[in-house]
Design a protein around this ligand. Sequence first.
Ligand SMILES: Cc1cc2nc3c(=O)[nH]c(=O)nc-3n(C[C@H](O)[C@H](O)[C@H](O)COP(=O)(O)O)c2cc1C
Length: 191
Amino acid sequence: MIQEIIVTTQNQDGTTHIAPMGIREENGLVIIAPFKPSSTLENIQRNKSAVVNRIDDVRIFAGCLTGRKDWSLVPTEQISGHRLEAALSHLELELESFEDDELRPRFYLKPVVEITHSAFKGFNRAQSAVLEAAILVSRLKMLSEEKVEQELEYLTIAIEKTAGENEKIAWQWLMDKIETFQQENSKSETA
Ligand SMILES: Cc1cc2nc3c(=O)[nH]c(=O)nc-3n(C[C@H](O)[C@H](O)[C@H](O)COP(=O)(O)O)c2cc1C
């Protein structure tokens, strides 16, 4: 199973890098697989550690894909790093092994400590729709406009029926990004 979470890692200048990633667990280890090139990749290679943040504030997923990366952080407990203040729970990880690959290397990381901050409140369809739309945004260059429109039409139903304030904000950020991308694309096609 793949779980969509936010990875926080430390940049060389001491700031914290925030990136949505899909992680898997295998034999007690967490697998993070960043595509090359990636700041997350460089940071884990350098620091040999990472933090998994489990969140339900989907603005953070949408924000990371639309240039909004200024989310409140808190120092971690046992490794040197930071977690998101909004994390429902977080998992501090140390690098166990690395499998290199031209396209998508894999880090195998060992849990050091896992801390719960707030209860999981249940599934929400609009949150899932924002996640799906965030993935569409991360693949805009690879997808046709028709495919994007078709997917959005379906996802909009969950937004209209079940979104709270955070989901509506996150959705709007993503829709603005898609609109700007499509406008720029049509300009470059006619140029
Ligand atoms: C839900 C979600 C899951 C993602 N999972 C991955 C992943 O597993 N690996 C990856 O390289 N990028 C993934 N991405 C895209 C990255 O978050 C994005 O490209 C990011 O900028 C990674 O590069 P960075 O480490 O340089 O920031 C995902 C995006 C979303 C919205």
